[in-house]
Design a protein around this ligand. Structure first.
Ligand code: ZN
Ligand code: ZN
Length: 126
């Protein structure tokens, strides 16, 4: 049944993002699943990632190439300008929504992104 297959694929895609620490792009999720699920298309992965983000199950991050995060707890990200890796940064100085709320705005999300060269790339010579 098409509907059944559809939701099973979505579960599969969701769990792939959850299990990953890499904040995968649609392409990365597709590459990870394709060998075991040959009928899967990149379009299906892309569509399901967006649906999951719309449902609030995944966090969608508008990097140059869109990435997805299954960790919904507030945290920042470090994006390496050399290797493109995205990793978590936990800090207790995340900004609050107070200033925006004082202006009458409703804040749905706030992204902290650090850009630079990651520790691994630095070790290999900056
Ligand atoms: Zn790097
Ligand atoms: Zn994250």
């Amino acid at each position: 049944m098409a509907a059944q297959r559809y939701s099973r694929q979505r579960e599969l895609i969701y769990h792939t993002v959850l299990a990953s620490r890499a904040h995968p792009t649609a392409e990365m999720v597709y590459t990870a699943l394709k060998p075991h699920h040959p009928s899967l298309s990149l379009g299906t992965v892309y569509r399901n990632l967006h649906l999951l983000a719309q449902e609030g199950k995944l966090r969608r991050m508008p990097f140059p190439v869109e990435r997805f995060d299954g960790d919904l707890a507030p945290h920042g990200h470090f994006c390496c300008q050399r290797c493109g890796q995205v990793s978590d940064v936990y800090t207790d100085c995340l900004p609050t929504a107070d200033e925006a709320a004082a202006l009458g705005h409703r804040v749905d999300r706030c992204e902290i992104v650090y850009y630079g060269v990651c520790a691994q790339c630095r070790a290999e010579g900056e």
